[in-house]
Design a protein around this ligand. Structure first.
Ligand SMILES: Nc1ncnc2c1ncn2[C@@H]1O[C@H](COP(=O)(O)OP(=O)(O)OP(=O)(O)O)[C@@H](O)[C@H]1O
Ligand SMILES: [Mg+2]
Length: 379
């Protein structure tokens, strides 16, 4: 597993509630999950982020026991709950976890109250406990007054709140959430995401969250594990993954980058000097991922577009600039979305602020701040 160096991050001293130790899951010869390890701490939101088919749901299903691991171990606190080598398997009912599934999965014919009460009834809780717990959690998710409403008479967002309430009602130590907001429109998704974060902090819930939506992952998570082909590529706080991606996959999955082909001129005390195809030279103080950074080695530069400053053509010659021409300009209200032609048929896609006037065909210069220029292998 590739793991980046923490940038001064405080270690999480909260107890570990769930631990996956080298867990794999095979379907036939295919490893849907391939030697995955991570820990979920008390009160933490850890998100598994990755494209369709990378093994997110399978990992959650192994955590709760709907799927057995092929190899490795799952621990709940310090207790082993699945370990084929030790012939241990604890069934889902005996794991203190709640789950919110990928689709709404609430029962339309049942009332909101009955939907939410279900996990308590299966545990044989007394009626008075059920009444108070269900009403308390409905208040938390903003559905006080909806108890008697049949599930089918709810909006998508309300149904999703019911699913969250049902996941939380039995006070599980861990809540597993599999793309809970993916069926909702963008505005409602943003709103529920914020509500979930507030509720999670208030109740200090530990959540293992799954999404393929990078914005959702960035907004919700204390840490993100980026998954690809059944493996974790990098795990860490959102800001660390965004600013110091360890692999091209993490860099490209989590946010946009401006990518420019170059060759190494020299590496020295003042960072790495590179040359673009048109002869422009730039200096990088960012991370250099090249295995071989010899002079003339081919490389790829990456910069997050919001780090790039546009300087007027008159200031050409200012440090670390690349010439560009605005090819397309779209006005999107808060800003312009621009496609900018760079030397040698390359391009940058970035936002331009409204404080200046822009037009298609305009010559500009893009200043790449040295510390934000990272150097990669050119595949
Ligand atoms: N029961 C199964 N039998 C065979 N293959 C399976 C089974 N469940 C999952 N897979 C395969 O395992 C891989 C991982 O599936 P998984 O559902 O974990 O992906 P995911 O990351 O949740 O994707 P999505 O974002 O589309 O939900 C996929 O290739 C899938 O086809
Ligand atoms: Mg899935």
């Amino acid at each position: 597993m590739t793991q980046s160096v923490s940038q001064g991050e405080q270690p999480n001293v909260s107890p570990v509630v769930l631990r996956m130790e080298g867990v794999s899951r095979y379907f036939g010869a295919h490893a849907a999950v391939d030697c995955v390890s991570f820990e979920l701490h008390k009160g933490e939101v850890l998100t598994l982020l990755g494209p369709s088919g990378c093994g997110k749901t399978t990992t959650l299903r192994m955590a709760i026991g709907l799927e057995r691991v092929s190899s490795g171990r799952v621990l709940y606190g310090s207790r082993v709950i699945d370990a084929p080598a030790e012939r241990i398997f604890v069934s889902p009912e005996d794991r203190d976890m709640g789950m919110v599934f990928q689709s709404y999965a609430i029962w339309p014919h049942m009332s909101v109250f009955e939907n939410v009460a279900f996990p308590l009834r299966t545990r044989g809780a007394p009626k008075s406990t059920i009444d108070s717990k269900v009403n308390e959690i409905l208040t938390h998710v903003g559905l006080a007054g909806f108890a008697a409403r049949p599930g089918m008479h709810l909006s998508g967002g309300q149904q999703q709140r019911v699913a969250v309430a049902r996941g939380l009602v039995a006070n599980p130590d861990v809540l597993l959430m599999d793309e809970p907001f993916s069926n909702l429109d963008a505005k409602l998704r943003d709103r529920l995401r914020t509500e979930l974060r507030v509720l999670q902090r208030r109740l200090n819930i530990s959540i293992l969250f799954v999404t393929h939506d990078q914005t959702e992952a960035l907004a919700l998570s204390d840490r993100i594990a980026v998954m690809r082909d059944g493996k974790i590529e990098q795990i860490g706080p959102p800001i660390e993954l965004y600013t110091h991606p360890a692999t091209p996959f993490v860099r490209d999955f989590l946010g946009q980058s401006v990518l420019v082909r170059a060759r190494i001129v020299e590496s020295g005390a003042d960072g790495t000097r590179v040359r673009l195809g048109d002869g422009t030279q730039l200096v990088s103080h960012g991370r250099n991922h090249l295995a071989n950074a010899a002079t003339e080695a081919k490389c790829l530069l990456s910069v997050r577009p919001e780090e790039i400053r546009i300087v007027p053509a008159a200031m050409n010659g200012a440090a670390n600039t690349v010439a560009g021409t605005i090819r397309h300009l779209l006005f999107l209200g808060q800003y312009y979305e621009a496609i900018i032609d760079l030397p040698r048929g390359q391009e940058a896609q970035m936002h331009l602020g409204r404080e200046a006037t822009w037009h298609e065909g305009q010559q500009i210069h893009l200043q790449f701040p040295k510390e934000h220029v990272q150097i990669w292998d050119r595949q």
